[in-house]
Design a protein around this ligand. Structure first.
Ligand SMILES: Nc1ncnc2c1ncn2[C@@H]1O[C@H](COP(=O)(O)OP(=O)(O)OP(=O)(O)O)[C@@H](O)[C@H]1O
Length: 325
């Protein structure tokens, strides 16, 4: 469905030191620095996937989304999405995609939300029957009933985001680009947005490309991660694959019937110990989990065991360090 091959994009940014003298000088002579936002990025995305596009600030995520949505033209490379080149076949292409930039609005600020929706209906030439049924579906699933007649400027961030997502889906696109859709939302709104994304992916088969700094979004939604750093694609694979590659540490919390003899677990590190609870760190590359549990149960009468993996957030920090991002 999406084929990106060798995309590169360089921005020229005008350099201007502070001060009046330099301001006048820059009227006649400008110096530029090159920012290589994307360097030879390639990936393919099949229909129905939810892909998390992650990377530190300034890595090139939004630039990629802008190229894929046809807003920016790359310097090199090709991008074919559902048979279209996004920046060439703009009018035909945009019928297939919905785009939400979390930090910008596609809704008209001073008019009620429903007026923006009706304008979008006319822009996309959505037949009235289709528009009405989609509006009903979106109003129900995103709980927009009380918001439709409010001017956008009076909405809270979470309310506006739900309306933005609805606006991007009114024309039933096959692909949804979401650039930081949960930025600034409270826990309840984040979960509502995540659930909605899962629902439209599962029930309507919408392919979703999501950029986010919230690793809970990634864990909750993405089947696949693309990691970008300094304009280069560094990882393309599953969340589990990422764990396997970067995190072999597990923490075991064991509760047992009172036992005053200290535990002996060669190869594992005992992080804390009391007569009825031990917290143990195991590197699964060095020692098999089954081996630790066997050793444990031969020394104490286990009541409960919890095994925690390293939080995805920590793994990402580790990756950023490894790649010096
Ligand atoms: N219009 C532009 N003109 C000049 N430089 C730009 C422009 N847009 C992006 N850049 C630069 O390109 C690089 C990539 O920016 P981009 O917005 O794609 O990053 P990002 O990964 O989305 O970052 P963030 O997580 O902070 O949103 C940055 O160095 C940025 O300063």
């Amino acid at each position: 469905m999406i084929q990106v091959e060798g995309i590169s994009k360089t921005f020229l940014v005008a350099k201007r030191p502070p001060g009046l003298k330099h301001a006048v000088k820059s009227l006649f002579h400008r110096e530029y620095t090159k920012v290589e936002a994307l360097q030879d990025i390639s990936f393919h995305i099949p229909k129905g996937e939810i892909v998390g596009y992650i990377g530190p600030n300034g890595a090139g995520k939004s630039t990629t989304i802008k190229v894929m949505s046809g807003i920016l033209v790359p310097d090199r490379g090709s991008c074919t999405i559902m048979g279209h080149t996004p920046w060439k076949d703009r009018v035909a292409y945009v019928k297939n995609i919905g785009v939400v930039f979390g930090q910008r609005s596609q809704l008209w600020w001073d008019v009620p939300v429903i007026d923006s929706f009706e304008l979008l209906r006319d822009i996309y030439r959505i037949p009235q029957g289709e528009y009405s049924s989609m509006l009903t579906l979106l109003t129900d699933t995103l709980d927009l009933g009380s918001l439709l007649h409010m001017p956008v400027r009076q909405l809270s961030l979470g309310q506006r985001m739900r309306c933005e997502i609805a606006a991007s889906l009114l024309h039933s696109p096959d692909i949804l680009f979401l650039d930081e859709p949960t930025i600034g939302l409270d826990a309840v709104s984040k979960i509502a947005v995540r659930n909605f994304i899962k629902t439209i992916n599962r029930e309507k088969g919408v392919t979703v490309i999501l950029t986010t700094h919230d690793m809970n979004d990634i864990e909750a939604l993405a089947n696949r991660i693309l990691l970008i750093g300094k304009g280069t694609l560094l990882y393309d694979g599953s969340v589990q694959g990422l764990r396997g590659r970067f995190s072999t540490k597990r923490t075991i919390t064991a509760d047992y019937r009172e036992n005053t003899v200290p535990l002996q677990l060669p190869g594992a590190s005992i992080l804390s110990w009391t007569p009825d609870r031990a917290v143990i760190s195991v590197d699964t590359e060095q020692l098999m989990m089954a081996e630790v549990l066997t050793q444990l149960s031969s020394q104490v009468e286990l009541l409960d065991v919890a095994i925690d993996t390293q939080p995805i957030e920590d793994i990402i920090v580790q990756m950023y360090k490894e790649y010096q991002l």
